[in-house]
Design a protein around this ligand. Structure first.
Ligand code: DAH
Length: 335
């Protein structure tokens, strides 16, 4: 059955309703009124109709052709006006809107700065996994089964033998296992502890250092760390090596720096002591050499570990460790 001219009209008006631009309206004009358009073909077919119908059908078809034509022309005009209005509202001479650029997080910045200093001193950068075995995180570091650091309170246990590393020290073991003497590496990375308050977050960052050769002394340790502190802060920043204990070093020392806020006079930041603790260090315990198969009695070296958040807090005068992790753009923009 042929499509009736009324159907063609209905279809054309419906299609036009869905159109919203000049291109679509012009395409509809071709589809209905063009040389092979639906209306044109219908008009051509009228000569085949019974003579008594031709006149009325011809008139109706021509009316419909005009209706569609007018509707399409109106639409084209409407779309063109709308488009011009849009263009009129765009001022191409206005300056572009700046795209805000991101910047490095203060923790990334300080980690890089720490690493740069040690790289200049000849250290290589190495990394280890965040998920560690009990062996690398504790046992090989001479941390015995009953050590308080193993307490369920402090360590995130994945399973009996797998933990989220509580420090970057396991990278010392992984490095010595892989590399013969001498080694000089630093290992930046994330560490995890079950702790959360004004000065502790469950995840934080450390940089570990390890230098082992055959005749490394405590004097070398002092020299390297003094150079580091002077470059990280400034030359006026004195250091204090305080006897301490770590299972993986013997002897062990904690390093304090002269308070960067009050220069030793005593203030809130240094709890009136004039000093700030910034890292742990010591001469590598012989048990570690044994655990990695280094030549007994001939290897000597030092290690150290520092918290990046703490160093960044001192460097930038940040008073709450949680600021690093709140993603407040007003805080982050300052670095
Ligand atoms: N691993 C220690 C901690 O997380 C820090 C540390 C102390 C690292 C002494 C060392 C070191 O390499 O010699 O508290």
């Amino acid at each position: 059955m042929e499509t009736s001219i009324e159907q063609i009209l209905e279809e054309a008006l419906k299609a036009l309703e869905d159109a919203s631009d000049v291109e679509t309206a012009k395409a509809l004009s071709v589809r209905y009124l063009g040389r092979k358009g639906a209306v044109t073909l219908f008009l051509r077919g009228i000569s085949q109709m019974p003579p008594e119908k031709r006149a009325a059908m011809g008139k109706r078809a021509n009316d419909i052709k005009n209706t569609i034509d007018t509707a399409l022309k109106d639409a084209v005009q409407r779309f063109e006006t709308a488009q011009k209005g849009l263009e009129a509202r765009i001022d191409v001479t206005l300056p572009g809107r700046p795209v805000p650029l991101g910047s490095l997080h203060p923790i990334s910045l300080v980690t890089q700065e720490i690493c740069d200093i040690f790289v200049r001193l000849g250290f290589d950068i190495v990394e280890g996994p965040d998920v560690e075995s009990d062996w690398y995180n504790f046992e090989a570091l001479n941390i015995p089964k009953n050590h308080p650091a193993r307490d369920m309170q402090d360590t995130f246990y994945v399973s009996d033998n797998i933990v989220l590393r509580t420090h970057t020290s396991p990278v010392q073991i992984r490095t010595m296992e892989k590399q013969p003497l001498p080694v000089a590496v630093i290992a930046p990375g994330k560490v995890y502890r079950r702790d959360s308050d004004l000065t502790h977050t469950p995840m934080f960052h450390q940089v570990e250092g390890l230098l082992v050769d055959r005749q490394i002394s405590f004097g070398d340790l002092k020299g390297v760390l003094t150079t580091f502190v002077h470059q990280m802060f400034d030359e006026r920043t004195s250091l204090r090596f305080r006897p301490s204990f770590f299972p993986f070093t013997e002897p062990s020392a904690e390093v304090d720096i002269l308070c960067v806020m009050c220069r030793g006079a005593g203030c809130r930041v240094c709890s009136q002591t004039g000093w700030l603790e910034i890292l742990g260090s010591g001469m590598v315990h012989p048990a570690l050499y044994e655990n990695v198969g280094y030549p007994a009695g001939q290897s000597s070296g030092f290690a150290f570990g520092m918290g990046v958040e703490r160093i960044a807090m001192l460097k930038y005068g940040i008073d709450d460790i949680r600021k690093y992790f709140e993603n407040d753009i007003r805080f982050l923009r300052q670095f």
